[in-house]
Design a protein around this ligand. Structure first.
Ligand code: G3H
Ligand code: 13P
Ligand code: ZN
Length: 291
């Protein structure tokens, strides 16, 4: 069933586990997530980026998620979230379209401007009973050539600023930069950085009631994920590993039979491959049997 993010997030807060926030790009990736959630009786967040909205259409993507949540997921709770909304207009469209949670990511702006724009999104979202994820700190990738702790330091979330940001904006959750990175390069180069757990602990101490969101969690190992959950991380974002699984499965099919022409023969193994990764992550985050 389609659920508001609030009850599943509150339960994760209470029982100390992580919720997977999985990105979709189409019906097949959404179906894979719902199948894994149903199999493992796990609450999940399905999230869409602005790029996916541009690709598939906002109303279409909402209809796909709603239909799968009602028909396929049955009683398993599925929440719909906007990932990396970059403007008030973008966030507003998703709130009006029925999302229960949005991410306003203006983390590239100076601190005061980030606060002002985030506050504007919070005002509209809360008026419409929608939760808001804010972001403080900048996520860099291996491709940005920012890797060593010294190179990363200026981009990481400052614990005191996190407290000021949460109090000033009224956000419900906070995405942080603690050495986490988006994208494929960290995986291709076999160079997934360790999280700055000491910094995460300080952030959590400053904002103990605010669930923390870990972006860029593809490739992060069980030990790091469990340590992050112990230090207040409640939502864990996975996109790259799903895209990789999807496209690798398709490549394999064509390698086995170059003449295959039925899209269902190509896409069914891709759905299964994404489902497998989602299932692994659900177990890793501790949300199995929490529906
Ligand atoms: O963190 C960003 C997500 O992986 C979304 O990426 O804009 O290519 O859909 P995208
Ligand atoms: P990955 O690129 O590590 O999958 O991160 C996804 C993400 O943070 C989406 O917001
Ligand atoms: Zn992200």
């Amino acid at each position: 069933m389609l659920t508001h993010l609030k009850p599943i997030l509150e339960k994760a807060q209470q029982d100390n586990y992580g919720l997977g926030a999985f990105n979709i790009v189409n019906m097949e990736t959404a179906l894979a997530i719902v199948k894994a959630a149903k199999d493992l009786k796990a609450p999940v967040i399905i999230q869409v980026s602005e790029t996916t909205i541009e690709y598939a259409g906002l109303n279409t993507i909402v209809a796909i998620v709603k239909t799968l949540a009602e028909d396929e997921a049955n009683k398993i709770p599925i929440a719909l979230h906007l990932d990396h909304g970059k403007s008030f207009e973008s966030v507003k469209k998703c709130i009006d379209a029925g999302f229960s949670s949005i991410h306003i990511d203006v983390s590239l702006l100076p601190f005061k401007d980030n606060i002002e724009l985030t506050k504007q999104a919070v005002a509209y979202a809360h008026e419409h009973n929608v939760l808001v994820q804010g972001e403080l700190g900048i996520l860099k990738g291996v491709e940005d050539k920012v890797q060593t702790p010294t190179e990363m330091a200026p981009f990481l979330t400052d614990p005191d600023e996190a407290k000021e940001f949460v109090e000033a904006t009224g956000v419900d959750t906070l995405a942080v930069s603690i050495g986490n990175m988006h994208g494929i390069e960290k995986i291709r180069q076999g160079n997934v950085p360790d999280l700055d757990l000491a910094r995460l602990e300080k952030i959590h101490e400053k904002i103990p009631a605010t669930p923390i969101v870990l972006h860029g969690a593809s490739g992060v190992n069980q030990e790091q994920i469990s340590a992050a959950i112990q230090r207040g991380v409640r939502i864990i974002n996975i996109d790259t590993e799903l895209r990789l699984a999807f496209t690798e499965a398709i490549k394999n099919i064509f390698n086995q039979d170059a003449l295959v022409y039925d899209p269902r023969k190509v896409l069914s193994p891709a759905i299964a491959a994404v489902q497998k990764i989602v299932a692994e992550k659900i177990k890793m985050f501790g949300s199995k049997n929490k529906a």
